[in-house]
Design a protein around this ligand. Structure first.
Ligand code: SAM
Length: 297
């Protein structure tokens, strides 16, 4: 497989390539392309990829991270929604795309492969990576389209979990994912995510690392799957989400009025464990939220 440079295109070269493709970055698809080599290197370093890694990338765009992932020797499954960018990627990576993977995620000759799907990451949360390969372990490395990061994260949490994720996110989303109880940003996604992943590192990333520069702050997160991961059923997730839509109210009143009878049984048990009767949703520690799984499944 030809080895190409890990370096992203400079802002000027990115502009030139976009002009050549006659493509204007689409704001609603979060098309802010990486133009900073240090961030690309940092993402690959945090992911700790090797020749036996299977990786999922969401929104490969112009292919900057894609190239760096492939150069690490990993096999890659990617999903891109934009038709023009998908076409560009198909031409740019034509050698890697021509290979069919075996069940180990490599080509029959043992080479890394690239599978590219044109579609929505909410329909393909792990980019079409076959279940049989996902269960043997995989990682996600992505500069996410910010508008869909939370519904996409919900879908990932509901499926076969990756061992590690290295994600570029809007800072505000990263703050919510990693929020401790008692903070204003603590919510349903903090509970679901922290029950299955540990947030290992969080790096602020300047808007100048992207072209065009986004108006929001960004953060690079490394998340590792917990060995003691606790999953919530869909019914329990819906109940917790409902509760957090009224986060200013007392938890007892919310559970009493919740359509799920198990919510009140759970709250009464919390009281027996010394939880204060006037507690509000954002004040309750994660381990107490996790105990809801014994009452609502
Ligand atoms: N990976 C590239 C990079 O780092 O330069 C591009 C990242 S850009 C922040 C987000 C990418 O996700 C864009 O290429 C965009 O077209 C794509 N995208 C947006 N919404 C998507 C969706 N729902 N499903 C799949 N890809 C999506």
């Amino acid at each position: 497989m030809p080895e190409r440079s890990d370096m992203p295109l400079s802002p000027t070269a990115t502009r030139e390539l976009l002009e050549q493709l006659e493509h204007f970055p689409k704001k609603k698809l979060g098309q802010n392309f990486l133009v900073d080599g240090n961030i690309v290197r940092k993402s690959i370093e945090l992911a700790e990829l090797g020749v036996d890694s299977c990786v999922v990338e969401i929104g490969p765009g112009l292919g900057t991270l894609t190239q760096a992932i492939l150069n690490s020797g990993a096999s890659l499954w990617a999903v891109e929604r934009d038709a023009t960018l998908t076409e560009h990627l198909r031409i740019h990576f034509s050698d890697e795309l021509n290979t069919l993977p075996t069940m180990t995620g490599r080509s029959p000759e043992g080479q890394p492969i690239l599978k590219l799907t044109e579609g929505d990451c909410l329909d393909y949360p792990i980019a079409g990576l076959p279940e049989a390969i996902a269960v043997t372990g995989y990682k996600i490395v992505a500069n996410l389209p910010y508008a869909v990061s939370t519904p996409w994260m919900d879908a990932v949490i509901a499926g076969e979990l990756p061992e590690r994720m290295v994600l570029m996110l809007q800072k505000e989303a990263g703050d919510r994912y990693a929020a401790p109880h008692g903070s204003k940003t603590f919510g349903a996604i903090s509970i679901f995510l922290q029950s299955v992943f540990e947030v290992h590192s969080k790096h602020l990333v300047s808007a100048q690392c992207f072209h065009p520069a986004p108006k929001v702050d960004s953060v690079l997160l490394r998340l590792d799957r917990r060995t003691d991961a606790i999953r919530f059923s869909q019914t329990a997730r819906e109940c917790i989400r409902r509760i957090f839509t009224q986060r200013r109210k007392q938890l007892g009143a919310l559970c009493k009025n919740d359509p799920q009878a198990g919510a009140l049984v759970w709250f009464n048990e919390l009281l027996e464990h010394g939880v204060h009767p006037t507690v509000r949703p954002e004040e309750l520690p994660i381990e107490h939220w996790q105990s809801i799984t014994r009452f609502i499944n």
